[in-house]
Design a protein. Structure first.
Length: 441
């Protein structure tokens, strides 16, 4: 694999020359996606997991390659869904970007270093089915990001995945090597409130930096003897987020040339939730460095474990409510344009539930207009009913009643499933009747 990087050196240098001579289009204002940024920002500030619209739905997406329209072009990405995917669990989401001349298949399989072991830069095997992975394909096998089109592609992929799969919007991450690192850096600049953290491995300023003023957790990795994208450039990329994150400036120690070792420094003084770490290693422009030997090694490289540790340090600061064992019963009463739903939730477990959230998906056309004994959000689609002050605790064997009134456009069916604090409930006796049935007694 090392030979591949040197084969690509001339192409990378050409890109650098274009940027030096006037590649400002790559760094122009690509704009932000308000919908994605709002969801990520609100969740981060709340310190709680923010599930997507795909939570609770039977997924239509499976692991495989997909084509998507973005900026009027056909683009592709490879999706890897965890084995045993649970539609009621909010998963971490990781984007892996390929290098110049690489492909999404290279990232998804790890074949250029060690097939399987190095899939998604070695993170898939460490994730143990806890993470949804995405490998987008760059135009001309790179990430030129002209006019922000590659950032827009990421926005479009996020919308498609999160409408169908259950993703925690506070747990989105991006990483890549070389040109893929440049793309990850571009997302750190322009989507700092959408992604939780990035890992920039041997990168440069090749894909632009629209914005670049907000904090984001940042892991920089670079080889001392990188002759394609110099470590000096990597330090410059890092220092932008040292400043943005309010970290104490320093010159972190790096290993001696010839030592074939690595050194990792975590900066001090950074703002809460925005750490910066710097990993320097004694090698050249390679993606899977190993201590004590030159070249890439999928099984001996120390880097995937460090990236995984950096990403997984970010857990929601608010602990989840108690796991529930539950049963839901109830009645839906409908008329020509409206309905009411009365539900009873019973704790069938052996321990009390302290603080509860009942999630369900309303059929299309139904919109909640008012409710009682719970807070409801949003008013349609995937709805979460949360406990209020007087009914937050459900003792073993005890029940709480709640309900809502809604409008409809013809479909008066009740939700077909309910989850309490992330656990699926048994559904018994939830029935539907119209006013004529009620009049008949």
């Amino acid at each position: 694999m090392t030979r591949t990087w040197f084969h690509l050196r001339g192409a990378v240098m050409a890109v650098l020359l274009v940027l030096t001579m006037g590649g400002t289009a790559l760094g122009g204002d690509h704009g932000a996606n308000p919908r994605l940024m709002a969801s990520g920002t609100a969740a981060a500030r709340a310190g709680a997991a923010a599930p997507t619209a795909g939570c609770g739905k039977a997924p239509t997406l499976t692991s495989g390659t997909y084509t998507i329209q973005s900026n009027g072009k056909n683009r592709t990405f490879i999706l890897r869904i965890p084995d045993g995917y649970d539609r009621n669990r909010a998963y971490r989401l990781v984007f892996g970007f390929h290098w110049l001349g690489g492909t999404s298949t290279d990232v998804a399989t790890g074949r250029t270093v060690e097939t399987g072991t190095w899939a998604y830069y070695g993170l898939q095997r460490l994730a143990n089915n806890s993470t949804v992975f995405v490998a987008p394909q760059g135009l001309n096998n790179g990430w030129g990001n002209a006019g922000g089109e590659d950032v827009t592609l990421v926005d479009d992929i996020l919308r498609r995945i999160e409408a169908d799969l259950c993703v925690d919007t506070t747990q989105r991450f991006a990483l890549g090597f070389s040109y893929g690192a440049a793309m990850s850096y571009s997302l750190a600049c322009s989507r700092a409130t959408v992604f939780r953290a990035v890992a920039v491995q041997s990168g440069g300023l090749l894909s632009g930096c629209s914005g670049g003023t907000q904090p984001i957790a940042y892991l920089g990795v670079h080889g001392l003897r990188d002759s394609v994208l110099s470590i000096a450039g990597g330090r410059t990329l890092r220092d932008r987020f040292v400043r943005n994150n309010g970290c104490t400036a320093q010159n972190p120690p790096e290993p001696a040339q010839g030592s074939l070792t690595h050194r990792i420094t975590t900066y001090s003084g950074c703002s809460a939730g925005h750490p910066v770490a710097w990993a320097a290693f004694d090698e050249g422009h390679i993606a899977a460095p190993q201590d004590g030997a030159g070249g890439d090694s999928g099984s001996r490289t120390w880097l995937p474990a460090e990236v995984w540790k950096f990403f997984t340090q970010f857990q929601t600061s608010t602990p989840p409510p108690d796991t529930a064992t539950c049963q839901v019963t109830g009645t839906v009463s409908a008329w020509n344009s409206g309905l009411t739903a009365n539900l009873t939730v019973t704790n069938t477990g052996a321990t009390a539930i302290n603080g509860w959230s009942l999630a369900f998906t309303l059929p299309g056309g139904q919109t909640i207009t008012s409710g009682w004994n719970a807070g409801y959000s949003p008013a349609s689609g995937r709805v979460t009913a949360t406990s209020v002050s007087h009914n937050g605790t459900i003792a073993p064997g005890a029940s709480v009643g709640l309900g809502f009134q809604a409008t409809h456009t013809g479909n008066t069916a009740s939700p077909d499933s309910y989850t309490l604090n992330g656990t699926a409930c048994a559904v018994t006796g939830v029935r539907q009747r119209d006013l004529e049935d009620q009049r008949r007694g």
